[in-house]
Design a protein around this ligand. Structure first.
Ligand SMILES: Cc1cc2nc3c(=O)[nH]c(=O)nc-3n(C[C@H](O)[C@H](O)[C@H](O)COP(=O)(O)OP(=O)(O)OC[C@H]3O[C@@H](n4cnc5c(N)ncnc54)[C@H](O)[C@@H]3O)c2cc1C
Length: 481
């Protein structure tokens, strides 16, 4: 057997996949070899873009035979460096982007079967065209893929009502290192036939196999919505408001996002054209939305109100009287709704522009969020009172992105403070029985932290699963464990 040089590998990939499916010039491969935050930079023999499951299978058989690492990648929007190879260069970067077909929409089964490289927005649009609804929704929806969403078990804005990607998945098609295809593409809602392999691959960040297709649940389309932005007294008032809206609407809360003042200050610094939701910037705010699939919820009464808006108004009015809410606005048009959502959805981009940020993605029991938040604020102020405390996000499912943005104008000492900030954060997470990763995954960024917070029994079980499915450690090594 000839020595496997880069040239031989590229030639073999071209004969396996075709010339257009293999990128190896630096200009072409560069966007695939660093992550969204430009935090990690890797190397690869080539970027391979197969179009079919058979091609993925052939590629993984080849990689296994020649001991070549494979790193799967979707839209490359992940935050944990999970889709970036290491610097060794002994890697094929496997991009699923060209596997982007909708295979089937089964309206009666309320499901759709799609290839892994389909962009999330395409799933939403295709469901909408069929008169149905696919609820997974992230600010990266125009570029992330369903394969990446499955790889990370993505959450996003609507988890409070519909669950994470895991809960939206009925079936998967997966290719293992070595080329074996596991066909789990069931549209079944119940199936108790042995170990639940599907759920093993969801959230495995490309370390156990390559997801090539999935069957996802669809839902009736919400036809009426009410969206409000409210300044609240504090974090505990926000949690109380969430429970009140859930109760008043019969569980119709589609999204419930916490937005502290510093999120708005950073946002308007970099995106001054986004309209400010309220006349003044309050210390703590929420963006919330309820949705109904019943057209009667949208019928305008004599006062120009709809039943769904009335629910929102009633909750806000009582909460105002009880001192939970200080000020609020309810969107009266789609344009106003979009403007409110721009505030939330542009926040990650504004943090990218703001320079140095200590980022996190934590989960807590809802009962602990207010105390956790208060302890974090006190601890951060003791480290540096000028740090902008952007602890925001999916309060509806107890998930906060506790981002700490360097002081306005820059801070040359921020890097030195970062370990103290993370010690504070992880100390409080442990104290309140939280999780170090709610929805972004582990990747390479949190690998060392995972090893600190999980017991040896859990870590050993994870390692046993990994070595059973990938004994040579060729599937995305260096991620998770
Ligand atoms: C502006 C912005 C907002 C975001 N908001 C959210 C949010 O609200 N909630 C949230 O959860 N995330 C959010 N993210 C993070 C990111 O979008 C998600 O992690 C998303 O699921 C990644 O999808 P991707 O296709 O880009 O995957 P990639 O980044 O390409 O890959 C992510 C991981 O999945 C693996 N992978 C990719 N494809 C496959 C496959 N076919 N088979 C097996 N493994 C695979 C990769 O190896 C890697 O480990 C946001 C990102 C941005 C940029």
């Amino acid at each position: 057997m000839p020595e496997m040089t880069s040239d031989i590998i590229i030639k073999d990939l071209v004969s396996m996949l075709g010339i257009k499916a293999v990128l190896h010039h630096d200009d072409d491969t560069a966007p695939f070899l660093s992550d969204w935050h430009s935090r990690y930079h890797g190397k690869a023999y080539a970027v391979a873009l197969p179009e079919t499951t058979d091609q993925v299978s052939a590629l993984l058989a080849y990689a296994d035979k020649h001991n070549i690492i494979v790193v799967p990648q979707g839209g490359n929007t992940g935050f944990m460096g999970g889709a970036t190879p290491d610097a060794s260069g002994h890697t094929i970067l496997l991009s699923l982007r060209r596997m982007n077909k909708i295979r089937q929409i089964d309206k009666q089964n309320m499901s759709m079967t799609v290839e892994a490289g389909c962009i999330l927005q395409t799933l939403q649009d295709s469901a909408d065209d069929a008169g149905l609804y696919f609820p997974l929704n992230l600010a990266a929806k125009g570029s992330c893929t369903i394969g990446g969403n499955l790889g990370t078990n993505a959450g996003g804005l609507n988890v409070v009502r519909y669950g994470t990607t895991r809960q939206l998945t009925l079936g998967l098609e997966v290719v293992l290192m070595g080329g074996e295809v596991i066909e789990l593409l069931s549209g079944l809602r119940k199936d108790n036939t042995g170990y639940d392999l599907k759920n093993l691959f969801i959230g495995s960040e490309g370390t156990l196999g390559v997801i090539t297709a999935a069957t996802m649940r669809l839902f009736p389309k919400p036809v009426a919505r009410s969206t409000a932005f409210a300044e609240v007294r504090d974090v505990s008032a926000a949690v109380e408001l969430l429970h009140r809206v859930q109760a008043a609407s019969g569980g119709m809360v589609e999204a419930f996002e916490l937005i502290p003042a510093d999120i708005l200050h950073v946002l308007f610094e970099y995106f001054p054209k986004i309209p400010q939701p309220l006349a003044t910037i309050g210390a703590m705010n929420v963006l919330m939305e309820i949705g109904s699939t019943n057209p009667a919820s949208n019928q305008v009464d004599g006062n120009g109100n709809t039943p769904i808006r009335q629910i929102m108004e009633d909750v806000l009015e009582t909460a105002f009287e009880d001192g939970l809410v200080i000020d609020a606005t309810i969107a009266s048009s789609d344009a106003q709704r979009d403007a409110l959502w721009d505030v939330r959805e542009t926040a990650p981009e504004s943090h990218k522009l703001a320079g140095k940020v200590a980022r996190s993605d934590v989960a807590l029991p809802q009962s602990a969020i207010a105390d956790f938040y208060a302890e974090m604020v006190a601890g951060i102020k003791a480290i540096d009172p000028k740090i902008r405390i952007c602890g925001y996000g999916h309060l509806g499912d107890g998930n906060l992105h506790f981002n700490l943005v360097q002081a306005a104008g820059g801070d040359p000492d921020f890097d030195a403070k970062t370990p103290k900030l993370y010690d504070l954060l992880y100390g409080n997470i442990a104290k309140y029985n939280g999780s170090i990763s709610a929805e972004h995954g582990i990747g390479q960024l949190k690998r060392d932290q995972l090893a600190k917070v999980k017991s040896p029994a859990i870590l050993n079980t994870m390692r046993s699963i990994k070595s059973a499915l990938d004994p040579k450690n060729l599937m995305n090594p260096g991620k998770i464990i």
